[in-house]
Design a protein around this ligand. Structure first.
Ligand SMILES: Cc1cc2nc3c(=O)[nH]c(=O)nc-3n(C[C@H](O)[C@H](O)[C@H](O)COP(=O)(O)OP(=O)(O)OC[C@H]3O[C@@H](n4cnc5c(N)ncnc54)[C@H](O)[C@@H]3O)c2cc1C
Length: 544
């Protein structure tokens, strides 16, 4: 690693999905110096790299921030567990590896907000630039990027049963959720490279770690952005019990994620004055929308017992065998991302042409993020509402980064979200009741046979719904003066400071959020390097 300097052209805070992309792309220019500061450690844990190891990652406080929401009023006062990656690669090192981008119309919606450079035609080139699609290049896919996308090398037989059951329920088949159309059911493609997790760190950071113009510091928690006379001049961070500051020649780039980026802005005096006053933080820029506009995918798991012992509900010996087979052959259940198949569907309540529900099928019993292990065998069908109307917010818990921010997710505060989720659970049941599951179907555990009416289903949702890990929107991009960042992700009212991560999405896209976050970072890296955006896509755009 190059020796540390007192100043860098760019300081990037957070080595997650976005931060790793930025570190790579900015240091392609040899004359540009970059410091990447990450609160977590290196990604040495082998369970990060063996896909099925995901079950061992959630809840490991060495690599997971383990956030919790405040008690959620519409969810029986429960505090929901929010895992977020705290390690090189950030959440891409602990995520489920499903590669989806959302609907084309999601980005056209951003363009319709005045963010004209973020329409689908503008962002598709960056999805393609990021991607190395093992199936080859096409109008929708790239095959030269760092992020390897492949089909799963092993699937549980029940995932095939699920895809057949969706078809038997009248759902269209879809072999590429990121192609011509999103709606339909099939297998997820995954961010894996020959059966190993392809996180943002393995894709973008590790291959360039030796560049002399890139310095990476791990286990270094940024405490605030240093602001002088309306410009960001550097950051302050804690490393090995000491406080350091480092100066920046060009810009500070916050890529700490949808929970921590707004927290860091507020700790630096950039945020709602009323909130800053509570914590005696001097105001550097009054920005009421910092932390607001929080959106997430709330999810319900329909869980069914399986009458045959073929699911991934292994005991310790079974897990050992899976691990050994994976190490020896890079095959078998060890390569499974667990959410192997799924789909996108329109509920009767869908407000427009886009699919409003997403499904993830798991051939194992999944309860409480896998933290509650149930005996026996079973399978689980997740459903979530893709574009919730409910909005939450992030607030400070104290004036210190050491205290996790307060997350008020405010799920189901808009009743439309609950109605959509109820209809999603009904659709889950319909698919699981289809004939292909007949040889396997045991008793329904959740929502349980006692829940039949809409009211009964709503009650179980309030008791059991959880996040499916896609918080965005807390440093909203917009063209209005109230937005946190402008269309090039510059923080309003502070020079030389940008936020580049999932927090800038003005509205939640209809899909998993890793690839979109990587796309955002790819696009801004081009802007920072003064490159003209890559040629606009000529791919036929199908709505949605
Ligand atoms: C369990 C789980 C499963 C998921 N499954 C999928 C999936 O299958 N497919 C998909 O597309 N998406 C999935 N996601 C979502 C996706 O991974 C995230 O949306 C994406 O990684 C967010 O990227 P980011 O750059 O905004 O933040 P992150 O990747 O979370 O990166 C933020 C980084 O900043 C660091 N940081 C925070 N605060 C500080 C500080 N003060 N100082 C220094 N560093 C700091 C963090 O440690 C972290 O490394 C999942 C997420 C989780 C948690």
């Amino acid at each position: 690693m190059p020796s540390r300097r007192s100043a860098y052209d760019y300081v990037i805070v957070g080595a997650g999905s976005a931060g790793c992309v930025l570190a790579n792309r900015l240091t392609e220019d040899r004359d540009t110096t970059v410091l990447l500061v990450e609160a977590g450690g290196r990604d040495l844990n082998p369970f990060i790299h063996m896909p099925a190891g995901i079950a061992k990652l959630v809840g490991d406080r060495r690599i997971d921030w383990q956030f919790y929401t405040e008690p959620e009023r519409q969810l029986a006062g429960r505090r929901l567990y929010w895992p977020r990656g705290r390690v090189l690669g950030g959440s891409s090192s602990i995520n489920a590896m499903c590669y989806t981008r959302g609907a084309a119309a999601d980005y056209d919606e951003w363009a319709a907000m005045g963010l004209t450079q973020w329409g689908y035609r503008n962002v598709l080139p960056y999805f393609r630039k990021a991607e190395r699609h093992v199936g080859g290049a096409s109008e929708y896919h790239g095959d030269h990027g760092p992020l390897v996308v492949e089909d799963l090398r092993y699937r549980n037989p029940l995932s095939t049963v699920f895809v057949e059951a969706a078809a038997a329920s009248g759902m269209p088949r879809n072999d590429d959720f990121n192609g011509v159309r999103q709606e339909g059911f099939g297998y997820y493609q995954v961010t894996q490279n020959r059966g190993r997790r392809c996180s943002a760190a393995t894709a973008y950071l590790h291959p360039v770690r030796k560049r002399p113009n890139l310095t990476v510091i791990t286990r270094a928690t940024t405490t605030r952005v240093l602001v002088e006379r309306g410009r960001a001049v550097g950051i302050e961070y804690r490393h090995r019990g000491q406080t350091h500051s480092v100066h920046v020649e060009r810009e500070v780039l916050l890529a700490a994620g949808a929970v921590s980026s707004p927290q860091l802005l507020m700790l630096s005096g950039i945020g709602p004055p009323a909130e800053l006053e509570v914590w005696d933080i001097p105001v550097a820029a009054a920005l009421n929308s910092v932390g607001e506009n929080l959106q997430d995918h709330l999810d319900f798991c329909t869980l069914q017992k399986c009458t045959q012992p073929i699911t991934y509900d292994f005991g310790i010996l079974g897990e050992l065998a899976v691990g050994l087979r994976y190490l020896a052959t890079r095959s078998g259940p060890g390569v499974s991302n667990v959410a192997e198949a799924g789909g996108f569907a329109r509920s009767p309540l869908a407000p427009d042409e886009r699919a409003d529900l997403q499904f993830h099928f798991v051939p194992a019993q999944l309860d409480d993020h896998g933290r509650n292990r149930l005996p026996g065998h079973g399978y689980t069908l997740h459903v979530c509402v893709l574009r919730p109307e409910s909005r939450g917010r992030i607030l400070l818990r104290s004036a210190s980064v050491a205290d996790p921010p307060r997350i008020e997710a405010n799920y189901l505060s808009d009743e439309r979200d609950l109605a959509q989720l109820v209809s999603g659970v009904r659709l889950s049941r319909e698919i699981l009741a289809a004939a292909p599951f007949d040889p396997y179907r045991g008793a329904e555990v959740f929502p349980g046979s006692g829940a039949q009416t809409d009211q009964e289903l709503a009650a179980v949702i309030r008791e059991k719904a959880e996040t499916i890990y896609h918080p965005v929107g807390t440093c909203r991009m917009g063209i209005d003066a109230d937005s946190v960042v402008d269309a090039e992700l510059r923080v309003r009212g502070i020079e030389r400071l940008r936020v580049i991560d999932a927090s800038v999405m003005p509205s939640l896209i209809g899909g998993n959020t890793n690839a979109p976050t990587i796309m955002i970072a790819e696009k801004i890296a081009d802007i920072l390097r003064g490159r003209t955006p890559e040629g606009q896509s000529q791919a036929p755009i199908f709505a949605p």
